[in-house]
Design a protein around this ligand. Structure first.
Ligand SMILES: [Zn+2]
Ligand SMILES: [Zn+2]
Length: 186
């Protein structure tokens, strides 16, 4: 990328030496069109202003410099973000074919944790039942609870709007977290 940028800058600089007009050089060697500023971006606007000033005063090399800077800025500030979105067209959903697991481990004890565990359970009620029983037997009162489920990434097939728009339910502890937002395949 950078090497490419430097290379095209060198090409342009060489052309600037032969041709006074940078846009003529661009047309002759079929360079890509000059980068456009992204609307609403202050950095883009600044570089575009720099370029139009250079163009206005006929400073071809300053114009080329502004082009290079604007192209680099676009790559770094704008296109990278877009690329990330393009490469994540997945929805993360709870795997309905694997049951979630609930578990509690007793962490009561002064020096060391008791360590007694319910083992994997099918639901929170089962875990609570084990906790009550363990507390009745030992008077232990403090537990660490675990919840585990399986998640699958499903490619986004046809969604209106940008593919990067992630609107899956979330939020810590929310019951909606991990619920598939696409209908199950039939
Ligand atoms: Zn910008
Ligand atoms: Zn215990």
């Amino acid at each position: 990328m950078d090497r490419e940028g430097r290379l095209s800058a060198a090409v342009r600089a060489a052309n600037d030496r032969s041709f006074a007009d940078a846009s003529t050089a661009r047309a002759l060697v079929a360079l890509p069109p000059p980068p456009e500023p992204v609307a609403g971006c202050a950095a883009c606007a600044q570089l575009a202003a720099l370029r139009s000033h250079a163009r206005a005063v006929g400073d071809g090399s300053a114009e080329t410099d502004a082009d290079v800077l604007l192209a680099r800025h676009r790559r770094q500030a704008h296109e990278r973000t877009r690329r990330v979105f393009r490469y994540v067209p997945f929805v993360i959903a709870q795997d309905p074919s694997a049951l979630p697991e609930y578990e509690a481990r007793c962490v009561s004890g002064d020096e060391a944790d008791c360590g007694a565990s319910s083992g994997p359970c099918r639901g929170p009620e089962e875990v609570e039942e084990w906790q009550r029983g363990h507390t009745r037997e030992t008077r232990h009162l403090r537990y660490r609870r675990l919840f585990a489920d399986y998640a699958v990434l499903e490619p986004v097939m046809s969604r209106t709007g940008s593919a990067g728009a992630t609107d899956r339910p979330g939020g810590p502890g929310g019951t909606g977290a991990g619920v598939p937002d696409t209908p199950p395949r039939t």
